[in-house]
Write a protein that binds this ligand. Structure first.
Ligand code: NAP
Length: 256
């Protein structure tokens, strides 16, 4: 199927859709014909993304929603409200909500460790579980869940003990979900971005960015659209025989 229509009549949910990679995923999905639920902790940024989405393909209806992925109650409310509005659960879900709270291991506050695990790892668990439960309950024939890990979950990163642990966890979670959910026709895959230009990396000091760039074989940071392209592939039937995979989107960073 041509990429431009691959996601026609698919209902998609993107957490962290208000910014960076999540926003680019929403835009890419909408451009391929999907209806997109843009979910973010910030109502304002979710609405901003919503306003940027094309909706000229058949039957598209996008909406913005507020969710805190680290709260089971909030995630449940989101899925219920989607089912009430669209009469179906999302058959594609991308978990792009994430945070960093960096510090050296020797100084890291327990609170900062817990918070990053809560949002990045537990948040992915809660969303995957709620979406999968809804898909199984309604007998949906297929689903595709994409998690956003990070290359640092594999190799570690100075100042990111909490973040690297959360992202390594996201990969293990995704592989397990892939094994358990395949019998329901639900595929689960993880993308592992390297260094991508977003508000998250805007916080990183210029010195660290230029050091990182020098380590990237392709010689530059990635763009959110380059991660979104891979998410669209994993969401679509073009990847129908792929589950439990982790796809690095790093420009070759840390390939060894
Ligand atoms: P971003 O621009 O900061 O986007 C993350 C979005 O998630 C923000 O809109 C943020 O809202 C939202 N969010 C934070 N906590 C949330 C919660 N509890 N519930 C719902 N939404 C929440 O960052 P990004 O760079 O696009 O990152 C997207 C994903 O890619 C993250 O999982 C990140 O770890 C991962 N990643 C990024 C890179 C990179 O180089 N950028 C590399 C590897 C992996 P607020 O802004 O209001 O907090």
């Amino acid at each position: 199927m041509a990429a431009a229509t691959r996601l026609i009549s698919r209902l998609t949910l993107v957490t962290g859709g208000g910014s960076g990679i999540g926003r680019a995923v929403c835009q890419r999905f909408a451009s391929e014909g999907a209806s997109v639920v843009v979910a973010d902790i910030s109502e304002e940024s979710a609405n901003e993304t919503l306003g940027s989405l094309p909706s000229d393909l058949r039957g598209q209806a996008h909406r913005a929603a507020v969710v805190d992925v680290s709260s089971k109650e909030s995630v449940k409310k989101l899925i219920t409200s989607i089912q009430t509005q669209y009469f179906q659960p999302p058959s594609v879900c991308v978990n792009a909500a994430g945070i960093t709270q960096d510090d050296f291991l020797l100084n890291m506050d327990e609170d900062h460790f817990d918070k990053v695990i809560q949002v990045n790892l537990k948040g992915s668990f809660l969303v995957i579980q709620a979406v999968a439960q809804a898909l199984v309950a309604c007998g949906a024939p297929k689903g595709s869940i994409v998690t956003v890990g990070s290359i640092v979950g594999k190799v570690g990163n100075i100042g990111q003990a909490n973040y690297a642990a959360s992202k390594a966890g996201v990969e293990g979670l995704t592989r397990t979900a892939a094994k358990e959910l395949s019998r329901f026709g639900i595929r689960c895959n993880c993308v592992l971005p390297g260094f991508i230009s977003t508000p998250m990396t805007d916080k990183v000091p210029e010195k660290v960015i230029s050091k990182m760039k020098s380590l990237v074989p392709l010689g530059r940071m990635g763009e959110p659209t380059e991660v979104a392209d891979v998410c669209a592939f994993l969401a679509s039937d073009d990847s129908r025989y792929i589950t439990g995979a982790s796809v690095e989107v790093t420009g070759g960073l840390f390939i060894g």
